[in-house]
Design a binder for this molecule. Structure first.
Ligand code: MD6
Ligand code: FE
Length: 215
């Protein structure tokens, strides 16, 4: 073994996980303080809030958004909305640092020209989790999804096309960026409960950003 995985000189590296999925290890690390600051600014304008599923279950993750469209869930269903229902105002603009990161990661993974109009921000405290789901509220499934993990680590479940298919467990660390699209766009996926801990930039939290082309 030459060097450690955690040595900064190793830089980010790309790991293809399947035909349409690439894990860009450490892709967001170089600029992580600026990214976290940009996210915190958005969250002051549109604070994370618990949502309920259409079935009436409280989600353990607290959610916000930035960009032209934000993702919302309530008893009426899942959808994209141009306004934050808590404030009645448009969602905060997508910060340039976030858009640039998402576009660069998509291009690195083979999806040049990705132009996200929505960034969903999921905030996990220890114990929070995300059940298996498909991302299917977007209009155009040709665009990939770019997922950025910040703060505490998590185990991501990468399933198949059917809910009952077996899931691979993928460790997502601070700065990792998962890009998926093409044949994997409709895979079921979820997040195991986040374990207690503390991160130097975000404290006792994991924040996941998912950039999408919603409309
Ligand atoms: C999360 N992520 O990592 C939740 N969806 O906290 C997602 O639901 C997700 O990471 C689509 C593509 C990538 C993702
Ligand atoms: Fe998802």
């Amino acid at each position: 073994m030459s060097g450690s995985l955690f040595a900064p000189e190793n830089g980010p590296w790309a790991e293809p996980l399947s035909a349409g999925t690439v894990l860009l290890h450490g892709w967001a690390c170089a600029d992580d303080a600026a990214l976290c600051a940009a996210v915190e600014t958005v969250l002051r304008q549109s604070p994370p809030r618990g949502m309920v599923t259409p079935g009436g279950q409280a989600m353990s993750v607290a959610t916000s958004s930035c960009g032209d469209w934000g993702w919302v869930s309530d008893r009426r269903g899942y959808r994209y909305s141009a306004v934050d229902p808590d404030s009645g105002q448009p969602w905060p603009a997508m910060p340039d640092a976030l858009r640039t990161l998402a576009r660069g990661a998509a291009a690195e993974a083979g999806f040049a020209g990705f132009d996200p109009d929505a960034c969903l921000i999921n905030c996990y405290l220890p114990g929070a989790r995300m059940g298996l789901h498909q991302d299917k509220d977007e209009r155009d499934f040709a665009a990939p999804i770019v997922s950025v993990s910040l703060g505490l680590p998590a185990v991501f479940l990468l399933g198949g096309m059917r809910r009952g298919d077996p899931s691979a467990r993928i460790q997502l660390l601070h700065g990792d960026v998962l890009v998926w699209g093409g044949p994997d766009r409709m895979r079921f996926h979820g997040v195991r409960p986040v374990q207690p801990g503390s991160h130097p930039l975000l404290g006792e939290r994991r924040i996941n950003l998912t950039f999408r082309k919603a409309r």
